[in-house]
Design a protein around this ligand. Structure first.
Ligand SMILES: Cc1cc2nc3c(=O)[nH]c(=O)nc-3n(C[C@H](O)[C@H](O)[C@H](O)COP(=O)(O)OP(=O)(O)OC[C@H]3O[C@@H](n4cnc5c(N)ncnc54)[C@H](O)[C@@H]3O)c2cc1C
Length: 431
C-alpha cells in the first residue's frame, strides 16, 4: 500500500487552487495567517464594518488548521487548578477556567449559527491512566474541575474500561462528556467561504515579508506588492516567523504528526473505540487518537521528530506508539502520515492582546495554543476581531497575561530535542 504524506482530511477536502486576487493599496485591517485564528478574526472585523484582507503565505489551509486531529475540548490550562491560582490569583484562575469550559460550546454554536458543516460530534473524550498513580491524579483533577467550574466527567475503573476502550494498557481512566471531534479541513473550507461572503479578501500564496510602522498604521510588504493597513493582526501561531520577530521569540514551534490506518473491520473498530469518542492518555509526550468521522479507521497523533517534516521518522514514532496502545493493530496497514507545527508558550497559556513596544508596537495577536487550538483559535480569533473594533465583547480572561520569552531565545527551540527525550524517558519510567 502506498503511504501518502498528505493529511487524511485532504482526500475529501483537497486544498483549493489559488485564485490570484488584486491587492488594494490600503485597507482598514491586514490579517497575517489564514488558519482558524486569522479567518475568525477577519470575520468579526468584517461584520463590524471594517475592510479586511487576510494574507496567507502558502495555499489556503496549509497551516495547522486543516491538518490537526479535529479533537475539541476545553483545553484546561496545563498548569492545573493550583498552578493557575498560584500564578494568577484565585479570581483570574477561576475566570480562565470558566472561559475555557465555554470554548467548545462557543464553537458548537458558531458552526450552527454560520451553517458550517464540519461533521462535529460531541461523543465525549476518554483519557486512559497509564499508571494507578495517574488514575488517582486524574480523579483529584476532575473533582477540582467539577467544584470550580462544573465540568461534566466521570472516572472509569479498570474493571469497567472495556466499555470505553479496547486498549489493554490502562489502569482505568476518565471521560469528559462534553468533548468531541470534527473534520478540521471541512470546517476550514466552510469558514473560508463564510469569511469571503462577509466581504473579506483572502490572498493565498502572498507571504508578508516585511512589516513596519507607518503614519497610517502599518506598511506591509508582501511577495506581491506593498499595502498600508490601519491595523494589523498577527495570527501565525506555530508558523510565526522573523517578520514578527518579537512574537516569534515568545512561542516555541513544535511538530505534531499523525497517521491514519487503512479502513478497519467494523467489529475491530467497535472493540477498540466502543463509543467512538476522542481519546488520549496520561503520558507526558502527548498522544491523541480517534475514529475517522465515518468510523472506518483510526487517526493517531503525537509529537513528531524535529521541526522539519520528516515523514519516515514520524511514521516510525507514531506507528510504535499506536501499537503500544492497540496491539491489535500490529498487522494493520497505515495509509497516511502527515504533520504540522503547533506553538507552545513558556507559561503554557495561549495569548491574545496588543503588542507594546519595538517594531510591533500596536500590532494585535492571538497565538500559543499549546497544541489544543481548534476551539481556542476560533474563540480567540473572534475575540481578537472584536477587540480591534474596540468592542467590549472582545474582553477575555486571558487578556494581557505576561507573554514571556527567555534571554537568548530567538524562536529556534534548539533545546527541545533534549526536553522531549527527557519526557520520553520519564514516560518509560512512569514518572
Ligand atoms: C498534526 C496536528 C494535530 C493537532 N491536533 C489538534 C487537535 O486534535 N485538537 C486541537 O484542538 N488542536 C490540534 N492541533 C492544534 C491546532 O491545529 C492549532 O492550534 C490551530 O489550528 C492553530 O490555528 P491558527 O490559525 O492559529 O494557526 P495555523 O492554522 O497554523 O495558521 C497560521 C498560518 O499563518 C501563515 N503564515 C505564517 N507566516 C506568514 C506570513 N509571513 N505571511 C502570510 N502568512 C503567514 C502560515 O502559512 C499558516 O497557514 C493540532 C495541530 C497539528 C499540527
Amino acid at each position: 500500500m502506498v503511504l501518502k504524506t498528505t493529511p487524511y482530511w485532504w482526500e475529501q477536502s483537497p486544498r483549493p487552487k489559488t485564485e490570484t486576487v488584486a491587492l488594494p493599496t490600503s485597507i482598514d485591517v491586514a490579517v497575517i495567517g489564514a488558519g482558524f485564528t486569522g479567518l475568525c478574526t477577519a470575520l468579526s472585523l468584517a461584520r463590524g464594518g471594517a475592510s479586511v484582507i487576510v494574507f496567507e503565505a502558502g495555499v489556503l489551509g496549509c497551516g495547522a488548521s486543516t491538518v490537526n486531529g479535529g479533537m475539541v475540548g476545553p483545553s484546561f490550562h496545563k498548569l492545573g487548578i493550583d498552578g493557575l491560582k498560584n500564578k494568577y490569583g484565585v479570581d483570574r484562575a477561576n475566570a480562565i477556567l470558566r472561559e475555557s469550559v465555554g470554548f467548545i460550546d462557543y464553537l458548537d454554536d458558531f458552526l450552527a449559527a454560520e451553517g458550517i458543516e464540519a461533521e462535529f460530534v460531541r461523543a465525549g473524550r476518554f483519557r486512559g491512566a497509564l499508571r494507578p498513580l495517574h488514575y488517582d491524579a486524574m480523579a483529584r483533577d476532575l473533582e477540582g474541575l467539577q467544584k470550580a467550574v462544573g465540568v461534566e466527567g466521570d472516572m472509569v475503573s479498570k474493571s469497567e474500561q472495556h466499555q470505553e476502550t479496547g486498549s489493554p494498557i490502562f489502569h482505568g481512566g476518565l471521560v469528559y462528556h462534553r468533548d468531541g471531534g470534527l473534520d478540521p479541513a471541512m470546517y476550514h473550507d466552510g469558514l473560508a467561504r463564510t469569511v469571503r461572503d462577509a466581504g473579506v479578501t483572502i490572498a493565498p500564496e502572498t507571504a508578508v515579508t516585511a512589516l513596519r510602522k507607518s503614519s497610517a498604521g502599518f506598511e506591509l510588504t508582501t511577495v506581491r506588492g506593498t499595502i498600508n493597513a490601519g491595523q494589523v493582526a498577527v495570527c501565525t501561531n506555530g508558523y510565526t516567523g522573523a517578520v514578527t520577530q518579537d512574537l516569534r521569540r515568545r512561542v516555541l514551534p513544535l511538530r505534531s504528526a499523525m497517521i491514519a490506518t487503512a479502513p478497519l473491520d467494523p467489529t475491530l473498530m467497535k472493540t477498540l473505540m466502543p463509543k467512538a469518542r476522542v481519546y488520549g492518555d496520561s503520558r507526558r509526550l502527548v498522544a491523541y487518537y480517534r475514529p475517522s468521522p465515518d468510523g472506518s479507521r483510526i487517526l493517531f497523533g503525537g509529537r513528531g521528530s524535529g521541526l522539519a517534516d520528516n515523514s519516515a521518522a514520524n511514521f516510525r514514532i507514531l506507528h510504535r506508539s499506536m501499537i503500544a496502545v492497540y496491539p491489535q493493530l500490529s498487522e494493520v496497514a497505515t495509509d497516511h502520515v502527515w504533520s504540522g507545527l503547533v506553538a507552545y508558550t513558556f507559561d503554557h497559556a495561549p495569548h491574545i492582546g496588543r503588542f507594546q513596544g519595538g517594531a510591533l508596537d500596536g500590532a494585535f495577536y492571538a497565538m500559543g495554543y499549546c497544541g489544543s487550538g481548534v476551539a481556542r483559535s476560533s474563540y480567540f480569533g473572534s475575540k481578537l476581531g472584536l477587540k480591534m473594533l474596540g468592542d467590549p465583547n472582545g474582553i477575555t480572561a486571558f487578556d494581557d497575561l505576561d507573554f514571556e520569552t527567555r534571554p537568548l531565545y530567538g524562536g529556534n527551540p534548539w533545546f527541545m530535542p533534549a526536553l522531549l527525550m527527557w519526557h520520553r524517558i520519564a514516560d518509560r519510567m512512569g514518572l
